[in-house]
Ligand binder design. Structure first.
Ligand code: GUN
Ligand code: ZN
Length: 445
């Protein structure tokens, strides 16, 4: 290995492919190296493998960080989260449309102030990192300042972040709405400024059908043609009241999905949050177009929206990612998100193996965001975005860990019982940006 590389030692797990949802993961869908080594050079993965073997190939004096009980995995990816909604979390007692009107819209209005937006964006990104999340697809507000703030913060941290200005020109307070033309112009300027700048990408972001006029959705479709490799994100079929109002607003369209389809918003780069109240025709069309669903379980249960049918979506060939949807969601932790996903599956008579859950939060979500060429696993050449999961970080996971566990049991404990205490360290492009203050780190032997 060349001079100037860094090495991280611990138990290394990453996925090479979808493991499926059967009790045993698909053969060759993952690699696991108990006492493994992750070798990083200039921010990128050089190699992973058994530590005893690789250590002998390191140049003398190479710095090795060692977490003997730690599980080193690719950084988590969140495929749907709202930067301006940290303080909206835990808002009491409403369903989607009332929640938006009562809590969310008034709070998002504050992001017209650039100073406020910068401070919130910075806190948001630091919170992602301390929850082990290194990449995300992010909603900002309708104010361009909120988009600049999140991109500036992500750029200074080296994160692969995708974000966009919310387009909304109706059915919302005046201090949040734009016009169709303004939203096109602002989105276009922001995309020209930020899209594909380093690891940043732009996402065309109509909030949902209810808050966009047909003219605005038309222009969103034109943006998608102007920036063919930009992402497209919106909300879809989350709540029955939302679906009914959409039907009234777009009587000429034969389904909610057809609204987005009609305006050219469905393709491989499209991520639709929720997709709870849908049918086989919808699933078929998603599979055909390559559009993905972001499954947001803590949001869906908190807002009482419904239970996403993971089994039906996957059986139909729909690409599904996992997402926090903070502030409808109740945690930025992808571990907490996996736990809730498991419970939603149980309530649907299904299950969710820890293999599939951890795949979804890493490589699966990288695929949803079309960035598996740089994140999601430790393929050599990928950026070294990783998290160190620590079963000793909290009493209950520590107790169960000491009793001796298989890898599958450890993963399931982490996803059901884990929270931010399980995150000992988080690195972006080989830089350790978060280390739990008390993390049980030991010097190399
Ligand atoms: N639908 C439209 N806007 C939102 C939002 O901010 N959060 C959620 N969960 N659903 C939405
Ligand atoms: Zn959302």
């Amino acid at each position: 290995f060349p001079a100037g590389c860094q090495a991280y030692r611990g138990n290394i797990l990453h996925f090479l492919n979808d493991p499926g949802n059967a009790p045993e993961p698909e053969p060759d869908s993952y690699e696991y190296y108990p006492d493994g080594l992750l070798v990083v050079h200039q921010g990128r993965v050089l190699a992973t493998g058994p530590a005893p073997e690789l250590i002998s190939r390191l140049p003398g004096g190479t710095d090795i960080r060692h977490w003997p009980e730690g599980l080193i995995m690719p950084g988590f990816i969140d495929t749907h989260v709202h930067m301006p909604q940290l303080a909206v979390m835990a808002s009491y007692g409403t369903q989607l449309l009332d929640w938006l009107e009562t809590y969310t819209f008034p709070h998002e209005a504050r992001f017209c102030q650039a100073d406020w937006a910068r401070a919130e964006a910075s806190q948001f990104l630091d919170l992602l990192l301390c929850h082990g999340t290194t990449s995300a697809l992010v909603f900002c507000t309708s104010h361009p300042a909120s988009v600049n703030a999140v991109f500036e913060g992500a750029q200074s941290r080296g994160m692969a972040l995708t974000a966009g200005k919310v387009m909304m020109d109706r059915n919302a307070p005046a201090n949040l709405t734009d016009t169709a033309r303004e939203s096109y112009r602002d989105s276009c300027e922001l995309a020209k400024r930020w899209h594909n700048r380093g690891r940043l990408r732009y996402a065309i972001t109509p909030r949902f059908a209810i808050t966009s006029s047909p003219a605005q959705l038309q222009l969103a479709g034109e943006l998608a043609q102007a920036f063919p490799d930009a992402l497209i994100q919106t909300h879809w079929a989350e709540n029955t009241g939302e679906i009914e109002l959409t039907r009234q607003l777009f009587p000429e369209r034969h389904s909610y999905l057809d609204v987005y389809d009609h305006y050219g918003l469905l393709g491989r780069n499209t991520v639709l949050a929720h997709g709870i109240h849908i049918g086989d025709q919808d699933r078929h069309r998603l599979a055909q177009t390559g559009a993905s669903i972001a499954f947001c379980p803590t949001s869906n249960t908190f807002l009482g929206s419904g239970l996403f049918d993971l089994g039906a979506a996957r059986a139909a060939g729909v690409q599904v990612g996992l997402a926090s949807d903070v502030g409808g969601g109740t945690s930025l932790s992808m571990l907490a998100t996996m736990a809730e996903a498991y419970k939603v599956c149980r309530l649907r008579g299904q299950t969710l193996t820890p293999w599939l859950a951890f795949y979804l939060a890493t490589l699966g979500n990288a695929r949803v965001l079309q960035q598996e060429d740089q994140t999601g696993n430790f393929r050599p050449g990928n950026q070294a975005d990783f998290v160190v999961l620590d079963p000793l970080g909290a009493p209950i996971t520590a107790m169960k860990h000491r009793a001796g566990q298989s890898l599958q049991e450890l993963l399931f404990d982490l996803m059901i019982l884990g929270d931010d205490r399980a995150i000992a360290a988080t690195a972006v492009a080989g830089q350790l940006l978060w280390q739990r203050p008390d993390a049980d780190e030991q010097p190399a032997p």
